[in-house]
Design a protein around this ligand. Structure first.
Ligand SMILES: [Zn+2]
Length: 254
């Protein structure tokens, strides 16, 4: 039973420095020798790229369950889609050429999912909310309830286009766990009376559940936009679809 909290430690940060910024920085550093500065500034003409070492932003222990952290990666953490290109292809699906494809709804769904997720493109990793619910012994909320809970606290939330159980959010991990805890407290009839039912005393989940809850998300926001009914995930095209029996070269037909 592991906690889903994760932190990113950037190995390097890409900095773009324009010649003007560089020149101003030089001026600041070299106030006394203005003549020398002017000469140096003249030499700085071309904008430069540089990578600087990432600072340590990771706490020594997990901020949610206080367990020891494990190291994983490295991973690519920057933008991964060219969103203008994705939007162009999405628009193409609406044309007569696009509509010829039998799988056009699914293509639109996947592309729409990528577009929806774009506002969280700076978040490379996702959270398995059903796993979190299972660990905290909470009944899975509906997608609408989950979206409502996060939105009511002004957090962004998007279901990933590659797995319906995985969600990306800008909420910190502590807040994610608190939202699920709040759901347990507000809407799970059985668990309301025994909040720690079936939770092991020594487990990280007990630590999480014992922390005081300071937020009150609204899981039934009336103003919430209706979910798009696009087919985002793979659906088998026919019954018993899948690999057929191996080819026999007609031998069995004798
Ligand atoms: Zn943890």
């Amino acid at each position: 039973m592991t906690c889903e909290t994760h932190y990113l430690q950037k190995l390097g940060i890409h900095m773009e420095t324009s010649s003007k910024e560089q020149a101003n920085a030089y001026k600041k550093r070299d106030k006394k020798h203005s003549q020398k500065s002017e000469e140096a500034i003249k030499k700085i003409e071309v904008p430069t790229d540089k990578i600087v070492c990432g600072r340590n932003e990771v706490p020594s222990r997990c901020g949610t369950c206080n367990s020891q952290l494990m190291i994983g990666g490295p991973i690519w953490h920057d933008k991964i889609h060219n969103i203008d290109f994705v939007k162009q292809i999405h628009d193409k699906c609406e044309t007569d050429v696009g509509k010829k494809f039998g799988t056009v709804d699914r293509i639109k769904g996947v592309l729409g999912g990528i577009i929806d997720e774009d506002e969280l493109s700076h978040k490379p990793l996702s959270f398995d909310l059903s796993q979190i619910c299972s660990n905290l012994k909470v009944i899975n909320p509906t997608s609408r309830e989950i979206i409502s809970g996060f939105t009511s606290l002004n957090y962004k939330l998007a279901q990933t286009y590659y797995d319906p159980t995985l969600w990306k959010t800008d909420a910190p991990p502590e807040a994610i766990y608190d939202i699920i805890k709040a759901y347990k407290k507000q809407l799970c009839e059985k668990e309301k009376t025994d909040f720690f039912l079936n939770i092991h005393k020594e487990s990280p989940m007990m630590t999480i559940l014992q922390k005081p809850l300071e937020i009150e998300p609204d899981f039934n926001m009336e103003k919430l936009e209706q979910n798009k009914k696009l087919r985002k995930y793979f659906v088998a095209p026919e019954a018993n679809w899948g690999p057929k029996a191996r080819a026999t070269g007609g031998k069995d037909k004798k």
